[in-house]
Design a protein around this ligand. Structure first.
Ligand code: CO
Length: 170
């Protein structure tokens, strides 16, 4: 089932999600729906708050479904270590049409639980590292415009307000 993606302005995107504590069939089904939604919307990651569930989990696949090994659900993720720096363009399904450069670590070690409640640790780099950090931010209520200078952030917020008024933000 494809879930509606919440856009910036909805309070669910700016509050911290709670930890997942039930690893049951309902969770597995929700994760499946998140993957389906992410592939349909052509995102490389999707966090639960973006589909209005204020919980700490996200899905990602930076290969667009071409390699099952890169199709990962991370539940209650914890960033263990970061290394190096990368600068690259970022977008977000909750900010349609808005892209800008963000500086982030280039290598990330992250621990998380899978849908069965089994803990695992992976090291990812480049685009996947960017994705893990961007999506983990969502779980804590942080959106990527927070990385902009106050001036640029204001500019983007004004642009969004205008689009909301025009009905161009759904
Ligand atoms: Co996002």
């Amino acid at each position: 089932m494809i879930l509606p993606v919440v856009k910036y302005g909805d309070p669910v995107l700016t509050k911290e999600g709670s930890e997942v504590d039930e690893f049951d069939g309902k969770l597995a089904e929700f994760v499946e729906n998140m993957f389906e939604t992410m592939y349909t919307e052509r995102g490389c990651g999707l966090a639960a708050p973006q589909v209005a569930l204020s919980k700490k989990l996200f899905v990602m696949d930076c290969r667009g479904g071409k390699d099952p090994a890169h199709r990962i659900a991370l539940i209650n993720p914890r960033i263990v270590e970061t290394k190096d720096i990368q600068v690259g363009e970022e977008g977000c399904l909750s900010f349609p049409g808005i892209y800008f450069e963000v500086e982030r670590p280039r290598i990330v070690t992250v621990s998380a639980y899978d849908i069965h409640g089994k803990e695992f640790t992976i090291e990812v780099e480049d685009l996947e590292a960017r994705c893990v950090l961007h999506e983990t931010d969502h779980l804590f209520g942080r959106v990527f415009i927070e990385y902009l200078s106050p001036l640029k952030k204001d500019l983007i917020k004004r642009k969004i307000k205008k689009r909301i008024k025009l009905g161009d933000w759904e």
